[in-house]
Write a protein that binds this ligand. Structure first.
Ligand code: SAH
Length: 370
């Protein structure tokens, strides 16, 4: 192979991408279906084991391609069953992935960027700044790794039924990588998730919402956090560029085109900031006309923040007002906060940098040797 040749990582290719890849080496499109199943149904990352491919093709693939997931640098378990993994693919660039088991479903929360550039004032991820976009194989690989590990555990019921892009980063600012990943998650030959079980959450990137409307069918969640522009801009600076009225126009376009039954609005409850009855009443005026669900998220503190969580009775009152106004409202149960895995807590407070890098080097060396 010529110097600098990089193997194609098939982990990040959806069916269309794999078909193109195989066409490029003179193979039939059905190879894509075979390989998708090996990778995502059987968790096989070694071409040698893909026994319905000819010996020649397997040898060829070994030379030019690989099936490589991100490495798992650490795993933390909460007393409530939540699991958080720190995964990395290049040195110093680790993201977090969280599994949240519930009695009849298992939700995996995945990251789309290393850090985030949106600077929402109440979110821990913002404090670490933006490093880079994840590649599609790093996004798919989070689900692949978690699914494989949970399957190995065989602790009945620990299965991924839902995937949410609510981890680190803004998925709609990385759609080139996010779209093929969504397509792999939806595909029956891979993870086979129904559209309603795959949620993309955005701080309100309107061009991204419009693009999503035309692409892979998924559920949409909007991080709203305030019922009027002045307050929202303080919490989510992106609101200056994409104010609430424009954002709601984009939501209507999405609902019409997608024929989705509703859009979920996330609203972090911050003590004395956005949690008063007047906010609830304004929110009703905004949400009641739209097929929507409101998800109240008690603010989760992180080092360095001056915000506090709204008291329980305040959240309860807020919920009652919005429900009385006809808005389907739920309160998100805080999960995994003992391991800093709760909403808004995903950030650098993991392993310190030197330990992380030493561990990473060691794992790279082990992998090269195996
Ligand atoms: N950038 C996307 C994806 C991240 S989602 C988005 O903004 O939607 C992360 C979710 O957790 C968002 O709804 C976010 O607003 C919420 N969140 C962020 N910080 C939080 C905190 N400290 N406590 C509770 N929820 C928080």
């Amino acid at each position: 192979m010529p110097a600098g040749f990089q193997k194609t990582n098939l982990m990040g290719l959806d069916q269309a991408g794999l078909e193109l890849f195989f066409a490029g080496i003179g193979e039939k499109p059905f190879r894509a279906r075979q390989v998708l199943k090996w990778i995502h149904h059987r968790f096989v990352d070694d071409f040698e084991q893909m026994t319905d491919l000819s010996r020649d093709l397997r040898a060829r693939l070994k030379e030019i391609a690989e099936v490589r997931p991100p490495l798992i640098l650490s795993e933390n378990r909460s007393v409530d069953g939540t699991v958080k993994w720190l995964m990395a693919s290049t040195e110093g660039n680790a993201v977090e992935t969280v599994f949240i088991p519930e009695p009849n479903r298992g939700t995996l929360c995945i990251s789309s960027q290393v850090g985030c550039m949106l600077n929402c004032t109440f979110c821990a991820t913002a404090t670490q700044g933006f490093n880079r976009n994840l590649d599609s194989w790093e996004i798919v690989g989070q689900v692949w790794q978690a699914a494989r590990l949970l399957r190995e555990e065989r602790l009945g019921g620990r299965r991924i039924t839902n995937v949410v892009l609510m981890g680190m980063g803004e998925p709609l600012l990385n759609l080139d990588a996010v779209e093929p990943a969504l397509s792999v998650f939806r595909n029956e030959l891979a993870f086979g998730l129904a559209a309603k079980r795959l949620t993309v959450s955005t701080a309100g990137v309107i061009p991204g919402i419009d693009r999503l409307r035309e692409g892979v069918d998924v559920a949409l969640a909007i991080s709203l956090h305030a019922p009027e522009d002045e307050l929202r801009t303080r919490l989510v600076p992106l609101n200056r560029k994409y104010p609430i009225a424009d954002l709601f126009d984009a939501c209507w376009r999405f609902l019409k085109e997608r024929k989705r039954s509703s859009i979920t609005f996330e609203y972090t409850m911050i003590d004395g900031v956005n949690d008063q009855p007047e906010h609830a009443r304004k929110l009703v005026r905004l949400l009641a006309p739209m097929p929507s669900k409101l998800n109240l998220i008690p603010f989760n503190p992180f080092p360095g923040t001056t915000f506090r969580q709204s008291p329980a009775d305040c959240i309860e009152r807020f919920k009652e007002i919005t429900r009385a106004g006809g808005v389907l409202t739920t309160v998100r149960k805080t999960r995994g906060d003992d391991i800093d895995a709760a909403c808004g807590q995903l950030a650098g407070k993991v392993l310190d940098r030197t330990r992380r890098q030493a561990g990473f080097q060691q794992q790279l060396a082990q992998r090269a040797a195996s």
